[in-house]
Design a protein. Structure first.
Length: 394
């Protein structure tokens, strides 16, 4: 009897080790690989990437001429002491029916524009400063040749802080790859693989007439980092499988470490031809902590923010305290995981405000072609239940 129980215990331990990864490479969590790359793309700005469209009706209606073009710029840079992300887009659209209808619109927006320098030292601790213009936009539109509208939205924020949050998904994904390939999972192998994964964007970015060659070289680099350079085709097959993709999602977007920062924000918007000018300005303090609990089975990212501000549009002064914690639970069985986020808000904005909310969502892979999820959201004024998934029928 004891022998049977011992054998069952051994089988259970083996199955758990094959279905989960060990989150024990904490000394590698602070890997920052220097990289720098950018790209510029342009396409037609009308429907289905059309650049020009001329509609000539045969029923006596008006001829309509349309022109549209849009461009997207992406820049990424990081090293041990600084980091910069920039996403910007611009578009020009023109419509004219040569009779009663005319419209011109030029728009520029930067949803992500942020620079961070980790070159400071504050009170004997590693510090940083951060400048953000994320959300900046400019729009010029006209419906007549003599009149136009110019709108500008310029959100600016600047912070000084201590500590640093690290993106640890590449380290966890490196362990996952080693597990699927049954490759060595020693610290140096995981380091090389995590560094290659961090460079994925840069390695796949070069402009080429044959993108397949760039992709093949990236997967060869990945196989070499794993110590299985002669099994590159296996690496490609595994990374494109449904099971690996689902399991990789369990470890996406995870951080480790802590940071605290304080600064000022000013969200300025104006319509120069109206004219009008509004500004929302004030100080803000934020702290974030990320790590693992329950013997690395539960990841958390806790965030607390204190904001004070004055909005000239509403003529209101506000003080808001926000707190939230993003949790992800990793069962031993790789087929499922759970996300949860409790949050609380308390403050004053033209009256006392208080809100408490909690969301939970479980994701499960029944088989490679059938995944399901179920979740719930609970707040003071609502209770939601949602469920769904996707399946390939044939």
């Amino acid at each position: 009897m004891m022998k049977k129980m011992f054998l069952m215990l051994m089988l259970l331990m083996i199955s758990v080790s094959l279905s989960s990864i060990s989150l024990t490479h904490e000394p590698l969590y602070d890997i920052v690989v220097p990289m720098r790359y950018d790209s510029l793309r342009a396409s037609g700005g009308l429907w289905s990437d059309n650049l020009l469209r001329l509609n000539i009706p045969f029923d006596g209606g008006n001829t309509v001429f349309e022109f549209g073009i849009e461009g997207n710029y992406r820049y990424r840079m990081q090293d041990e002491t600084e980091r910069m992300f920039l996403d910007a887009a611009a578009s020009i659209n023109y419509w004219n029916n040569f009779s009663t209808w005319y419209n011109f619109d030029f728009a520029v927006n930067a949803p992500n524009a942020r620079y961070t320098s980790y070159s400071l030292e504050l009170a004997g601790m590693p510090g940083f400063y951060e400048i953000s213009l994320s959300g900046t936009s400019l729009d010029i539109s006209s419906t007549t040749a003599a009149a136009f509208t110019l709108g500008i939205d310029l959100p600016v924020s600047a912070y000084v802080g201590v500590g640093r949050l690290y993106w640890i998904t590449p380290v966890l994904e490196a362990q996952l790859l080693a597990k699927h390939l049954r490759a060595p999972a020693d610290r140096e192998t995981i380091r090389r693989t995590a560094e290659t994964l961090q460079l994925r964007g840069q390695k796949l970015n070069p402009m080429t007439d044959n993108h397949a060659e760039v992709q093949l070289q990236y997967y060869q680099d990945l196989a070499d980092a794993l110590g299985v350079g002669d099994r590159v085709s296996e690496v490609i097959l595994i990374t494109h499988s449904q099971e690996f993709s689902f399991e990789r999602t369990r470890y996406s977007g995870l951080s480790y470490g802590w940071e605290a920062k304080a600064g000022l924000f000013a969200d300025m918007s104006t319509v120069l031809t109206d004219p009008s000018f509004d500004i929302d300005v004030g100080p803000q303090v934020r702290a974030q902590f990320a790590g693992f609990l329950m013997d690395t089975m539960l990841h958390y990212l806790a965030t607390g923010t204190l904001t004070a501000g004055y909005d000239t549009n509403t003529e209101n002064f506000r003080v808001i305290l926000d707190g939230s914690a993003d949790f992800r639970y990793f069962p031993a069985d790789w087929r499922w995981y759970v996300d949860g986020t409790p949050s609380i808000m308390i403050g004053y904005d033209d009256g006392f405000e208080f809100d408490l909310d909690a969301t939970v969502r479980a994701n499960y892979m029944i088989n490679p072609n059938f995944t399901v999820f179920a979740g719930t959201s609970l707040g003071f004024s609502r209770f939601n239940i949602n469920t769904g998934g996707s399946i390939r029928i044939w």
